[in-house]
Design a protein around this ligand. Structure first.
Ligand code: TMP
Length: 207
């Protein structure tokens, strides 16, 4: 039986996921909880290697879909499931929804096929809640490019708009799991919105 609660953060580029995850980790640790963070793709050696292969240019969309899924298929049994047994909370910087939004909607791969591959990669593990940091890609890509430029930041605005549309479609399909947050607001406000929802869902019961 898993003891831990699995929380993912999703969204396009520049929404502040990594910073917000660290802020949530610090907050939860200050309350005495055991917390672990993962990032996708990555988290275990083979998945980190796959992450560096994913930076190559000229990759076929299907190869891309399968590599992200392969990274997850490695992470889930080797690190995520054990972490859920040992921790109160496991926070992940992206998970399965990015695969559907980026490769399904962004790369225009067949959505049914994408969902089947994604389902294979997760071994049935799903986040209890997903915070979707929603942002106009015009702002998001600009914010992200100020930090690093990978081939994803270099993609067209149309690509990023399709990715955003994908995330919003998933949010509409699963309103109980996905909490859409307006990431154009300042970091403190965004964190406040997350904490309010998080406290209501998970912390009030433990008090
Ligand atoms: P980031 O999380 O550091 O922004 O980098 C991960 C990049 O990989 C980001 O551009 C989104 C992309 N990605 C996919 O295209 N599909 C996936 O399944 C995942 C997990 C990430």
């Amino acid at each position: 039986m898993n003891k831990g609660i699995f929380v993912s953060f999703e969204g396009g580029e520049g929404g502040g996921k990594s910073t917000l995850i660290k802020m949530l980790e610090q907050y939860l640790c200050s309350l005495g909880f055991r917390v672990t963070i993962f990032r996708e793709p990555g988290g275990v050696c083979i998945s980190e290697e796959i992450r560096s292969i994913l930076l190559y240019k000229g990759m076929e969309p299907l190869t891309e879909l399968l590599l992200y899924a392969a990274s997850r298929a490695q992470l889930v049994p080797q690190a995520l499931q054990p972490a859920l047994k040992e921790n109160d909370f496991v926070l992940s910087d992206r998970f399965m929804d990015s695969n559907e939004a980026y490769q399904g909607y962004g790369r225009n791969l067949d959505l049914k096929m994408v969902k089947e591959v994604v389902a294979l990669s997760t071994n049935g593990i799903r986040p209890q809640v997903t915070y979707l940091l929603d942002l106009d890609p015009k702002i998001g890509v600009m914010r992200a490019s100020a930090v690093t430029i990978t081939r994803f930041e270099e993609e067209s605005l149309n690509f990023h708009n399709r990715v955003r549309k994908g995330f919003l479609a998933i949010a509409e399909r699963e309103p109980g799991r996905i909490v859409k947050i307006d990431a154009s607001k300042d970091l403190k406000t965004v964190f406040g919105l997350i904490i309010t929802d998080f406290t209501h869902r998970f912390l009030e019961k433990t008090r």
